[in-house]
Design a protein around this ligand. Structure first.
Ligand SMILES: [Zn+2]
Length: 497
């Protein structure tokens, strides 16, 4: 046989080997997840749905509305909320140590039986966004009524996020009542200003914890929920658990030059130069890294569509394909890269005058791995040929959060508890695109997770920060049951046996 055939045969064997390896890896992708052997829930509490709904309604009626102009905030509403919680949760009031910090931040401490162990923390925020006065008449029930009608509790904060706050309180109250004692100390911390940045809320609470050298075994804050058809090709509902969140940076990019009369313009004006720079920036986005979403698809395991499993199990072969696929749609692209969004443009005052200055504001949402410094360097490098000035603008930027490990025992318990509560769902760690108070906690714990235990229906997701926010009585009951079970999982001394 001529040598030519040997080469051909060798190539065929090699290709076949690659195909076999890729398939084997695809079939075993995500299947190594082990269930925890630790007893999940020593105490089963039965909660009364009517009383749960009534307590949440009471909290909703306190209009704890945030305002960037802090002097406009109605502090009496926060006082009212504190009083309401005090009345509705007498066992917490009697048994837990309560601290009111810097205004209206609330911290509860439930001492564990073993003080050698790191404590755990459940977070939420007390404040809510306003209900837009222009669309008040579109609410089925008034936003601060807490009306309970046809199995739904209505109002601002039912989903974001008094529901989660009251659910944590209910879980603790119910467990005290049932005689349960946590091994680890349990903290609840409810900030007063998440919706306006958290600088007078969880930021101060973390400083309070740091001053006491507290390190948390695990932290849970609001975050993703259980949602239908969120990830293409995944047939079951997906519980999205934020294990990190994006950072935030706005840059002002400015072109300066000599102004003058528009009758004798230069070949390139300041506006023209700025426009070219901005176009160049958009044409050269910060590169996406498909590895960032690999844990998401790996944790979903068998629920991940086969093509995706094949690709993510064999990134040595499919990295280019995945990059292209994710970058083809804005929502998917945002998952794998730091996004670039030109949001404001300024320049010119009169139609016959050349402006001496033109500027644009560009907002970046930083993926973990990229830093404020690296993004600024990248932008400066890109716009250099256009002689543009680059500087940080407006509010303080912040870095992307740390990334909590979705292969940790803390996360395993979260997965197990989600499946116990919500049945056949896929669980996926993901990057939260917006900001939560949890970003302040990376120094205090390796296990910071963002999850809201609600299986959302139809229009609910769109009601957050919008009209007609509600939670059903059943959803709320399920959230309380989840909190009770989750607390017991994390509050035990050992997570793995
Ligand atoms: Zn919120």
């Amino acid at each position: 046989m001529p040598i030519f055939y040997y080469i051909l045969a060798s190539i065929a064997v090699l290709l076949l080997a690659i195909v076999i390896i890729a398939l084997v890896r695809a079939f075993s992708f995500g299947s190594q997840k082990k269930a925890s052997a630790v007893k999940a829930e020593p105490v089963q509490v039965s909660f009364n749905k009517d009383s749960l709904a009534a307590h949440l309604a009471n909290a909703i009626q306190c209009a704890t509305v945030s305002d960037l102009e802090r002097e406009k905030i109605d502090l009496a509403a926060f006082d009212q909320l504190h009083k309401t919680l005090q009345e509705d949760f007498p066992l917490i009031e009697a048994n837990l140590e309560k601290t009111v910090l810097a205004g209206h931040n609330l911290i509860y401490r439930w001492q564990g039986t073993n003080q050698e162990l790191d404590p755990i923390l459940f977070m939420a925020h007390q404040d809510v966004v306003p209900a837009d006065p222009a669309s008040l008449d579109q609410w089925t029930q008034p936003p601060f009524s807490g009306a309970i009608v046809d199995g739904k509790i209505w109002g601002r904060g039912t989903l974001d996020v008094k529901g989660q706050m009251v659910a944590a309180m209910e879980a603790v109250e119910g467990l005290i009542n049932a005689g349960y004692q946590p091994e680890r100390t349990v903290y609840l911390a409810f900030g007063q200003d998440e919706e306006i940045g958290g600088t007078q809320g969880q930021k101060l609470i973390t400083e309070h914890f740091k001053a006491q050298n507290i390190h948390f075994a695990a932290v849970m804050d609001e975050g993703g929920a259980v949602l239908e058809s969120q990830i293409p090709g995944v047939k079951v509902p997906v519980a999205l658990v934020g294990n990190c969140e994006k950072g935030y940076l706005t840059l002002e990019i400015k072109a300066s030059g000599s102004g003058g009369h528009s009758s004798m313009p230069p070949a390139v004006t300041t506006i023209g130069r700025l426009a070219r720079g901005i176009a160049y920036l958009e044409n050269n986005p910060i590169p996406g890294i498909p590895h960032r979403v690999q844990p998401m698809f790996e944790t979903m395991g068998k629920h991940t569509p086969f093509l995706m499993r094949l690709a993510f199990a064999n990134m040595w072969l499919f990295n280019g394909y995945l990059k292209k696929r994710f970058e083809s749609a804005p929502r998917m692209a945002a998952m794998i890269r730091t996004t670039t969004a030109v949001t404001i443009i300024n320049g010119g005052v009169k139609d016959n005058v050349l402006p001496s200055e033109a500027s644009a504001f560009v907002n970046f949402r930083l993926s973990p791995g990229d830093t404020i410094e690296s993004v600024i360097e990248f932008v400066k490098y890109l716009v250099k040929p256009f002689d543009l000035e680059v500087k940080i603008s407006g509010e303080h930027p912040w870095e992307a959060s740390g990334v909590s490990d979705p292969n940790s025992p803390a996360f395993d318990h979260l997965v197990a508890c989600i499946k116990d509560t919500f049945g056949d769902v896929a669980v996926a760690p993901y990057t939260v695109m917006g900001a939560t108070d949890a970003r302040y906690y990376n120094e205090l714990s390796e296990n910071v997770f963002r999850f809201s235990p609600i299986k959302m229906e139809g229009d609910q997701l769109g009601s957050v920060h919008n009209i007609n926010e509600y939670i059903t009585v059943d959803q709320f009951h399920q959230a309380v049951a989840f909190m009770s079970a989750m607390l017991q999982r994390w509050a035990q001394a050992r997570w793995v046996e």
